[in-house]
Design a protein around this ligand. Structure first.
Ligand code: FES
Ligand code: FES
Length: 162
């Protein structure tokens, strides 16, 4: 099937097997290997990307199901000149060890900070002013870190949220 996606701002037209996942399309056809394949069945979050601005596990999305969507991977978070504030904060807070989970953590955090929280008044509120570390942990619970860098991941995200 022919599908067209906007990937990190670049239009991509591809002919795909209807069974291919978005993750395999990104990694094996488009050369974007930032999103990682940890479990390949929705349990680890290493493959997290943004689909039309919402975080999603790329291993669970069929490429044909996201035809016409805007996809942002970790490669697209920085603007080409400067790192994304979350990337800078992860470095500053030493929020990774092996780094395998990091692309997923970053994309998930980028999407999460745009989600209205329980105390957000309207959907226009981009960052919940009451985003506490425990709320961050809850919202990031779909992203596992085998190295156990959770404390520093949360502090990096909390700094950007503030
Ligand atoms: Fe997608 Fe683990 S590889 S959730
Ligand atoms: Fe190694 Fe998270 S830094 S899995």
């Amino acid at each position: 099937m022919n599908i067209t996606l906007q990937v990190n701002g670049v239009p991509r037209a591809v002919d795909v097997d209807p069974r291919i996942s978005l993750l395999d399309l990104l990694r094996e056809r488009l050369g974007l290997i930032g999103a990682k394949k940890g479990c390949d069945h929705g349990q680890c979050g290493a493959c997290t990307v943004l689909i039309d601005g919402r975080r999603a596990n790329a291993c669970l999305a069929l490429a044909v199901a996201v035809d016409g969507s805007e996809i942002t991977t970790v490669e697209g978070l920085a603007d080409g000149e400067r790192l994304h504030p979350l990337q800078e904060a992860f470095i500053e807070h030493d929020a990774f060890q092996c780094g395998y989970c990091t692309p997923g953590q970053l994309c998930s955090a980028a999407g999460m900070l745009g989600e209205p929280g329980p105390s957000a008044v309207t959907e226009d509120v981009l960052v919940d002013p009451d985003l506490t570390p425990s709320e961050i942990r809850e919202r990031m619970s779909g992203n596992l870190c085998r190295c156990g860098a959770y404390v520093n991941i949360v502090s990096a995200i909390a700094e950007v949220a503030r």
